[in-house]
Ligand binder design. Structure first.
Ligand SMILES: *Cc1c(COP(=O)(O)O)cnc(C)c1O
Length: 468
């Protein structure tokens, strides 16, 4: 996009005296603002005409990458298409204009929606009850662990303070346990990427009466189905612990199986992933928590009112529009798409754990390590071809992780196009490695210093100017 023509910052386009607004007439009469609240200097606002403002922001918005303008195979994040009907439903004035403190009998419809969504989530997961309060996946994990802690404490079992987490787990798992005041015990993975049962037995024998819970993700972060859940569940329950299911990525499970049937006691779901709310950039989200019968009395107050209501609306709209029959196709199709990509690329990208995957899988960089082209380089080069990069350098089990999740929504043509580009990049890495190492070449900015950008983000004009 031609940013140079229009300037990078709206402040740089400012010309004294230019005006692009007209305020409505004051209908309320003059109002006395206390002197202590009044500015002593004019606010530093840009002065631009309407057309400049429109072009500036339209050009900026065109630099955004989203599911609506390209393939977005970000593993573990389920960047699936968000049907527009969800947005329409969530924007209905009857819902949007609700106030959380309205009298109860004026919000029966909203209450009914929440109850029906919980009922659908119970049906899909085999849980007994759900709370919609948590605002995100990690918030759901914390809520779930508070429920588990509350349950142990209610029986006077105060010593249960340890949570077993596989080394392949999402980073939020140990973080949530720590925030909940629990200790983390890490269980190893076997060479085929599943929970190491021997290591788990050792941990359970060693820590017996102090185990509060085991947290599991299934399919796990490598996209592999944990086949030994029955043994794991028996071990943990016999030791007096509870089973926590990280259902952030429930996508592959839809229509295939249910955590409740596998013996999990508590779980969360990321509505913004599996049930289609546009997400990224920090929100919005919702992480409802489900429990087996008897644990709902421990639901804590983790947010006021009903959590992120509009995300719940979108999820319910999505569930209803797919319906009982079509929702069953989600998991199998997501799984088919992931396996198709994996099989057609594994001769050029390193597949550390071969075999069938579920909705996602992990490459360990290019097969041709001699080229010196890293996963970071491949990710940057993909941007040149108009694709969002997969998740990179996660999970931490491999050095050059490249985690791909296509979701169920993509057409065969889109997926074939992505495969062709991934193969082309592998070819470039061999014949012209510098081209890949210096990518991206067609984006408005090249490689940024990721660490500097994360640690010292410059997000205000004043800051920029002062540093010049
Ligand atoms: C995304 C994710 C989370 C965290 O969810 P947030 O909504 O980002 O807090 C937790 N676990 C797994 C497996 C995830 O993929």
């Amino acid at each position: 996009m031609n940013n140079k023509l229009y300037g990078n910052l709206i402040f740089e386009l400012s010309k004294e005296g230019r005006k692009g607004y007209s305020l409505p007439k004051n209908r309320f009469g003059d109002y006395e603002i206390p002197a202590s609240m009044q500015r002593t200097q004019d606010a530093e606002l840009p002065e631009c005409d309407e057309m400049t403002v429109v072009r500036h922001y339209t050009n900026l918005s065109a630099n955004n990458f989203g599911v609506d303008n390209g393939f977005y195979p970000l593993g573990s994040c389920t960047m699936k298409y968000n049907p527009k009907i969800n947005e329409e439903v969530a924007a209905l004035p009857q819902f949007v204009s609700l106030h959380p403190l309205q009298p109860k009998d004026t919000v029966r419809g909203a209450e009914a929606m929440c109850a029906l969504l919980c009922k659908s989530l119970c049906a899909l997961t085999g849980m007994h009850a759900f709370t919609l309060k948590p605002f995100a996946g990690a918030h759901g994990e914390l809520t779930g662990l508070m429920i588990i802690k509350g349950n142990h404490e209610s029986r006077g079992d105060e010593a249960r303070k340890k949570v077993i987490v596989p080394d392949s787990a999402h980073g939020t798992n140990p973080a949530s346990a720590a925030v909940c005041g629990l200790e983390i015990l890490e269980v190893k993975s076997t060479a085929d990427g599943l929970v190491d049962l021997e290591d788990l037995e050792r941990l359970v024998n060693q820590e017996k009466d102090s185990i509060a819970a085991m947290m599991m993700t299934n399919p796990n972060t490598l996209g592999l189905f944990e086949t030994r859940i029955p043994e794991i569940e028996r071990l943990i329950h016999q030791a007096g612990g509870l089973m926590y299911y990280d259902g952030a990525n429930l996508n592959p499970m839809l229509g295939a199986c249910r955590p409740g049937d596998m013996g999990f006691d508590v779980m969360h779901i990321n509505l913004h992933k599996t049930f289609s709310t546009p997400h990224g950039g920090g929100g919005p989200g919702a992480g409802p928590v489900g429990v087996r019968e008897g644990l709902e009395q421990f639901f804590p107050e983790v947010s006021p009112y009903h959590g992120n209501f509009a995300v719940a609306m979108r999820a319910y709209s999505y569930i209803l529009s797919l319906g009982r029959d079509h929702i069953k196709e989600v998991g199998p199709l997501a799984t088919l798409n992931a396996n198709y990509i994996k099989e057609l690329l594994k001769d050029v990208y390193e597949l550390p754990i071969d075999g069938l995957c579920k909705h996602e899988f992990v490459f360990d960089g290019l097969k041709d390590k001699l080229s010196g082209v890293t996963t970071m380089d491949v990710a940057k080069r993909l941007l040149d071809y108009g694709y969002h990069a997969p998740t990179i350098y996660f999970p931490l089990l491999f050095h050059e992780s490249l985690m791909i999740e296509p979701t169920e929504n993509e057409s065969k043509e889109t997926i074939d196009g992505f495969i062709a580009v991934m193969r082309k990049i592998a070819e470039e890495a061999k014949n012209d490695p510098e081209l890949v190492k210096s990518a991206p070449h067609n984006t408005p900015i090249g490689r940024v210093d990721d660490v500097l950008a994360a640690k010292h983000p410059v997000v205000t004009y004043r800051k920029m100017r002062d540093e010049k």
